[in-house]
Structures are given as structure tokens and as C-alpha cells.
Design a protein around this ligand. Structure first.
Ligand code: NAP
Length: 252
């Protein structure tokens, strides 16, 4: 058995730890988006594979038997490639996913289907906005230049975002409720924009928004092809122990 973990999330790190503890042969793959990726107790490779064809070639060359997609719920392209490559290479593939956040009593969410829809939702007078969507799609918000955007990023942007009024703070989750309450208050934030990532590492801002009565523009997840999913590291371990032949069923 040899496992390839497609990483970049807290859950991917947890799975890496569990495989290393059990001495299960595995590689950990990062896209290479952050300057200093978190170290892992497994051999790491960094960078894209070169599309589906590149991933198939990698799976074969490295003699991977099990592919586990533990990318972020918004890493749509990588997840599509994982399903296609595993199918074509005839290897087992599983996605370790976390449930999306759901609104609770007191939440003032506006749920939108895409980043573009979030941009459109910001039409109106200038506000102080916490834009917590990572750095890759910031440019879309140039269409609403009236706002003051507070950007929370892991690394400084390589090129300044094209937002006339913005401020960058560098920080990396997991975030705390006290910290996020202080952040929202200190910057006079009037609205948040974020992706429905799910999980615990970035949920504090939503609890803080609820406590302060602030509206949230929540970008919902992209649709992905049907695939086999697990929701915990234990489920992945059990799948690894029991899965030996390529899947014949889909959409489990
Ligand atoms: P994406 O749009 O789905 O992927 C774009 C391309 O990046 C993929 O086609 C692939 O290149 C490469 N790639 C992505 N994840 C990879 C991985 N784990 N190992 C090797 N190559 C990878 O993904 P993204 O939204 O840019 O996210 C990139 C990474 O950041 C992911 O690993 C994800 O878990 C993490 N992340 C994303 C977000 C988010 O909001 N999107 C948030 C937090 C963390 P090739 O086609 O060349 O193979």
C-alpha cells in the first residue's frame, strides 16, 4: 500500500500524523500556495501535477495505490482532477471532507453561490468589510471599490490587491473567538465576506459576527462530481484497511 494525500487543510495534517504513527507508506502533496507550508511527518512534494494527465503519470510512477483528497472544499479543480485521475489509473480514491457550516439562531447570513455573487451582494454605500476568502480571488472585489476591505492572509500578497481602500493583516488559523471579536471591534467591521469552509479552524469569526449582530455574505461551496467520501480520519483508516480493489460504486 502507498497513499497519496492531497493536502492543504487541518484534516490533511491529522491524516498525515495518523498514517505516520502506523508506519503506512504515504506521500503528502501541497499546491505550494503558501511560503512556508506546515511540516508533515511524511515525505512532502510541492506544486501542481500538470493536470489530470500529470497526476495519472505521478500515481503510476510513484506506485500509489490509494489517493485521499483532503483539499479545501473550494479547491474544486484539484478535487475534480483527483476523481478523474484515480478512475483512469484504476486506483482507489476517497475524499475526506467536513460538513459545511449552517446558520444558527442569531446569524444574519446572505448565502450566495459564487465569489462573483458575493461581489454583487456588496453593491451599496461604503462599509468596513472583513474579506476572509484567501488571496486568489481578491481582484473580483475591485468592482466594489467604495468599501474598506480588511484582508486576513497567511502571506503578504505578491502584488498589491487592486482595492483602493484595503488593509492586510497576516495571520494563520486556527483563530479564537476572543481574537476575532477583538479584530471585528478594533476595525469597526460592519460586514463579513467568507467561504463556507466548514470545520473549526475558521469558525470563530462567525460566532463573533453573531455576537455582534453583523451580517455575513457566505459563499457556498462549488458542486463536485459524485465521489466516495469519509468524514473522519478513523473512517479513512478503516477504508485503507479494507479497500484493496478499485471502486466499482460511485456516489457513496
Ligand atoms: P484548485 O483551484 O482546485 O487547484 C488548482 C491547481 O493547483 C490544481 O489543478 C493543481 O494543479 C494544483 N493543486 C491544488 N491542490 C494541490 C495539492 N494539494 N497538491 C498538488 N497540486 C495541487 O485549488 P486552490 O483553490 O488553488 O487551492 C490550492 C491549495 O490550497 C489546495 O491544496 C487547498 O487545499 C488549499 N486551500 C485552498 C483554499 C481555497 O479557498 N481555495 C483555502 C485554504 C486552503 P495541477 O492541475 O497542475 O495538478
Amino acid at each position: 500500500m502507498k497513499v497519496l494525500i492531497l493536502g492543504g487543510t487541518t484534516e490533511a495534517s491529522a491524516l498525515a500524523g495518523a498514517l505516520a504513527e502506523r508506519s503506512i507508506a504515504a506521500l503528502f502533496s501541497y499546491a505550494g500556495r503558501v511560503a512556508a507550508p506546515k511540516p508533515q511527518p511524511l515525505p512532502i512534494r510541492v506544486g501542481g501535477f500538470g493536470g489530470v494527465a500529470g497526476l495519472i503519470a505521478f500515481l503510476i510512477e510513484q506506485r500509489i495505490t490509494h489517493l485521499v483528497d483532503v483539499t479545501h472544499p473550494f479547491a474544486e479543480q484539484m478535487s475534480r482532477h483527483a476523481v478523474a485521475a484515480a478512475q483512469q489509473a484504476g486506483i482507489r480514491c476517497l475524499a475526506l471532507t467536513r460538513p459545511p457550516w449552517v446558520p444558527q439562531i442569531g446569524d444574519r447570513w446572505q448565502q450566495v453561490a459564487s465569489v462573483q455573487a458575493a461581489v454583487d451582494a456588496l453593491a451599496g454605500p461604503a462599509e468596513q468589510i472583513l474579506l476572509a476568502i484567501g488571496r486568489q480571488q481578491l481582484a473580483a472585489f475591485a468592482a466594489q471599490p467604495q468599501h474598506h476591505y480588511l484582508l486576513r492572509l497567511v502571506d503578504p500578497p505578491e502584488v498589491p490587491p487592486p482595492l483602493p481602500h484595503h488593509r492586510v493583516i497576516l495571520d494563520r488559523g486556527p483563530f479564537t473567538l476572543d481574537g476575532d471579536l477583538a479584530l471585528l471591534r478594533e476595525h469597526g467591521i460592519e460586514r463579513l465576506v467568507c467561504k463556507n469552509a466548514g470545520g473549526t479552524g475558521a469558525v470563530a469569526k462567525l460566532t463573533a459576527a453573531r455576537q455582534l449582530g453583523l451580517p455575513v455574505v457566505m459563499i457556498e461551496r462549488p458542486a463536485l462530481p459524485q465521489r466516495q467520501e469519509a468524514h473522519s480520519v478513523e473512517e479513512v483508516l478503516s477504508w485503507l484497511c479494507h479497500a484493496s480493489a478499485p471502486d466499482t460504486e460511485r456516489g457513496v
